[in-house]
Design a protein around this ligand. Structure first.
Ligand SMILES: NC(=O)c1ccc[n+]([C@@H]2O[C@H](COP(=O)([O-])OP(=O)(O)OC[C@H]3O[C@@H](n4cnc5c(N)ncnc54)[C@H](OP(=O)(O)O)[C@@H]3O)[C@@H](O)[C@H]2O)c1
Length: 342
């Protein structure tokens, strides 16, 4: 077995293990109860403080199919870049996020019709100039509009995004949602960009299981690194079928609208559990996502207090008892639900 194949196999096995599956006889089968308990203990780490915050917890990480690991918590930028009057404050917010330790930034050509990418670019340039970070410390995600996603159009759109962000490459470039352009064309554009070094990896967004199955059947489609979908406590549907399928293939799930555009922060269902853990409902909603291997959450926050609060969710360790309590108020999906979109 070649090194790359072995590495991919290890990544897939690790993610499947975390999702409660193991490879047996060439197929993925559920772990036994004792093994599931061990996975929970491994994930919780070795120290639990009384208030639920694991003070020694390390940043939760996700591993991409190429083997690179990045923090499971990033920031989103939707609704940024839409107004010149807010630009300075938005750049300051993204810069503050980088200074606090966020390393994953999600944006798109759609957001503010390029305005959000420009804001990301200004903040990254400031942070790099100041010496806080190096470019390669960041994982920058952007997305192409479906109507731009032909083989040539994808390359042209990416070049425009790169110019706005002021970078020489995008770490992960996604098809924002499925449109009329055949998937083979978009994959062709992505692969051109990858071989020219303009993107490091590519993925899709808002693809349900049938779309994913179609994608990987297209030549080159199995190079898809991630699928960014609406996944939160109020939108648990993907956990029924899409997440296990992606997990078994090492495809990272990026959870967008992870606090339901702010609504979960005010959830009266989460509040009692959060209070018991000394956390806020928003932190609980994020910690629930971060506890899931192969899942990355990208909450958007323009306010520094929100950025800090969300970052601190990384050290909120949830026990099986906490997770069961959450399941009671936001039940696991018992059947297929079509993927929701924002
Ligand atoms: N691929 C897609 O189709 C797609 C669709 C939707 C979103 N996304 C991506 O995912 C990112 C996140 O999703 P989203 O922006 O829809 O929703 P979200 O992250 O669930 O919520 C963002 C909202 O929650 C507020 N907020 C953040 N932290 C908070 C906290 N600790 N307490 C209370 N309120 C808090 C923010 O307020 P402030 O900003 O005022 O701090 C903002 O109004 C987007 O920005 C975008 O990058 C992708």
């Amino acid at each position: 077995m070649g090194d790359v194949v072995r590495c991919q196999r290890e990544v897939i096995d690790a993610q499947a293990h975390g999702a409660g599956l193991e490879r047996r006889g060439g197929r993925f089968q559920p772990l036994c109860a004792a093994q599931v308990g061990a996975v929970h203990r491994e994930r919780r780490g070795h120290m639990m403080a009384l208030d639920g915050f694991d003070r020694e917890a390390r940043t939760a990480m996700v591993t991409f199919p190429g083997g690179q690991t990045w923090p499971s918590l990033g920031i989103g930028t939707w609704r940024m870049g839409e107004s010149a009057a807010k630009r300075r404050a938005e750049v300051a917010a993204i810069r503050a996020a980088i200074d606090m330790g966020y390393r994953v930034i999600d944006t798109a050509e759609m957001y503010g019709e390029g305005g959000a990418e420009e804001a990301v670019g200004s903040a990254v340039a400031e942070a790099v100039r100041s010496g806080t970070i190096r470019r390669d410390d960041l994982f920058v995600v952007s997305k192409v509009y479906p109507h731009n996603a032909s083989a040539k159009g994808t390359v042209a759109a990416c070049e425009r995004s790169l110019a706005r962000i002021g970078l020489d490459h995008i770490d992960c470039y996604l098809l924002h949602w499925r449109g009329a352009v055949p998937l083979a064309e978009t994959i062709g554009g992505f692969e051109t960009l990858r071989s020219n070094g303009r993107i490091r990896a590519w993925g899709v967004s808002n693809f349900d299981l049938d779309d994913m199955q179609e994608l990987v059947a297209v030549e080159g489609g199995s190079r898809c690194a991630t699928n960014q979908v609406y996944y939160s406590l109020t939108a648990r549907g993907p956990a029924f079928d899409l997440l296990p399928w992606q997990s078994a293939r090492g495809i990272v799930t990026m959870a967008y609208s992870p606090i339901d555009q702010g609504a979960l922060a005010a959830s009266t269902l989460l509040r009692p559990i959060a209070r018991r853990l000394g956390a806020t409902p928003a932190q609980l909603a994020l910690a629930w996502l971060l506890a899931q291997p192969g899942v990355m959450a990208i909450p958007k926050a323009a306010r520094a207090a929100h950025l800090k609060e969300n970052l601190d969710s990384q050290s909120l360790a949830l026990t099986p008892h906490d997770l069961a309590q959450i399941d009671r108020v936001f039940p696991r999906p018992g059947r297929k639900t079509p993927l929701a979109m924002r």
